[in-house]
Design a protein around this ligand. Structure first.
Ligand SMILES: Nc1ncnc2c1ncn2[C@@H]1O[C@H](COP(=O)(O)OP(=O)(O)O)[C@@H](O)[C@H]1O
Ligand SMILES: [Mg+2]
Length: 380
């Protein structure tokens, strides 16, 4: 039996744990064609949730288009993707689709042949970059008209929405808002991991998306439901659990779904022979993962300066620490605060640390402190 605890990509169907209430809530919002901002830190499972939601919405007769802003460096490519995505969601007949694509003013049809020989149609910008935003709005407006004509509810999901700022900023935001507000046949979900960016986009009166929709903060998967999911698979694999069970996994993984999947995946393999899961095994799992990911951590490590390394070592020992406190600086013999500030800023920029909304500095990758601990022991 293959390892059922998948990580890294999108998990679907029986490999997808719980999220029932979140899916029900989002479905309800989409039935009413509302606008929802889905916010959580990275790796909490937004993308997985959204793609499973789409599966479910499609079964209920909705048309759905999914766009990940990460994949589109400029408005030109975004306009093309969003327009062809929404049109394809609403029209499956290829001839009719091509006719739709030929009807745009600023976009023109583009037919391409995939590697496996299938022909697919899309659109591209017909004019230069200056027309890109107008083309995007034309495409969005058309989606609304087509949804009305087809008598269908369309759900448009924009993932990594906090990336919106990389386009031409406020002009784009304002134009999008006024377009979206005209739509009566489209429900929108905007999802993003940069919590502070997302929240300031929505809560700041001066920003275009102020109160455009409700905010749904995605929390961890509830332990009880996640435990049942894990237990079910372990039972299918004929694993036995000793000791107190595996609540510890949730503590070690800080309840972040990516971490939990990773830990369970390693646990499944580590106990493949004995089919026995003991508390001592669970304690070893993060170290196994730290070693598996060692090349990645080495690369990150080499990208840091000496003082950043010293700070990372100190933080890895004491993750709840306040780096600007006298206590912390004396214990680890680092400082002054100004140089710590510079190091922290650089580590945030590199993505090694992230700052929580409460102002704490945490490792982006929870297993990295285990790796730091491991190499320190090697050096000694
Ligand atoms: N409901 C779930 N069931 C199982 N695994 C999940 C679930 N949600 C998230 N994961 C795990 O977490 C990883 C990251 O999820 P993802 O949806 O990419 O997070 P986000 O979009 O919030 O950054 C996935 O690759 C998967 O391993
Ligand atoms: Mg994501």
């Amino acid at each position: 039996m293959e390892n059922p605890f998948k990580y890294g990509g999108v998990v679907r169907g029986t490999y997808f744990a719980d999220r029932r209430s979140e899916i029900a809530e989002l479905k309800h919002e989409m039935k009413n064609l509302n606008r929802v901002f889905l916010v959580s830190p990275r790796r909490f499972g937004k993308t997985c949730l959204l793609l499973n939601l789409i599966d479910s919405l499609k079964r209920n007769g909705f048309a759905c288009a999914y766009i990940d802003l990460n994949a589109f460096p400029d408005i030109r490519s975004l306009a093309a993707a969003l327009t062809s995505g929404t049109s394809k969601a609403l029209e499956t007949n290829k001839d009719k689709l091509l006719k739709i694509f030929s009807g745009f003013q600023r976009l023109r049809p583009k037919v391409s042949v995939d590697q496996d020989g299938t022909i697919s149609a899309g659109v591209e910008l017909a004019f230069d970059e200056r027309e890109a935003l107008s083309a995007l709005l034309e495409g969005m407006g058309h989606a609304e008209t087509l949804a009305a004509k087809k008598g269908k509810k369309l759900v448009v999901i924009i993932d990594e929405f906090s990336d919106l700022e990389k386009y031409n900023g406020y002009t784009m935001e304002k134009a999008l808002r006024s377009e979206i507000q005209k739509h009566n046949h489209i429900g929108y979900i905007f999802s993003g991991s940069e919590q502070s960016v997302m929240l300031s986009m929505i809560r700041d009166r001066k920003r275009a998306f102020y109160k455009l929709g409700r905010i749904m903060e995605l929390g961890p998967i509830k332990r009880e439901a996640y435990t049942n999911f894990i237990l079910n698979w372990l039972k299918k694999g004929e694993y036995k659990i000793g000791g107190e069970g595996f609540t510890r996994i949730f503590d070690i993984g800080d309840d972040v779904p990516y971490n939990i999947q990773r830990l369970c995946n390693v646990m499944w393999d580590a106990a493949a022979e004995s089919r026995q899961i003991e508390p001592s095994l669970i304690e070893k799992l993060p170290i196994v993962i730290a070693r598996q990911d060692s090349p990645h951590y080495e690369m990150l490590w080499h990208s840091t300066s000496q003082s950043q390394k010293v700070l990372l070592i100190a933080l890895s020992k004491d993750q709840t620490a306040k780096p600007f406190s006298k206590d912390f600086q004396l214990t680890h013999r680092i400082g002054p605060s100004s140089s710590i500030k510079a190091s922290l800023d650089s580590l945030l920029k590199k993505g090694i640390l992230y700052k929580t909304l409460k102002g704490r500095y945490c490792f982006t990758d929870l297993f990295m402190p285990y790796w730091i601990d491991y190499i320190k022991k090697q050096i000694r």
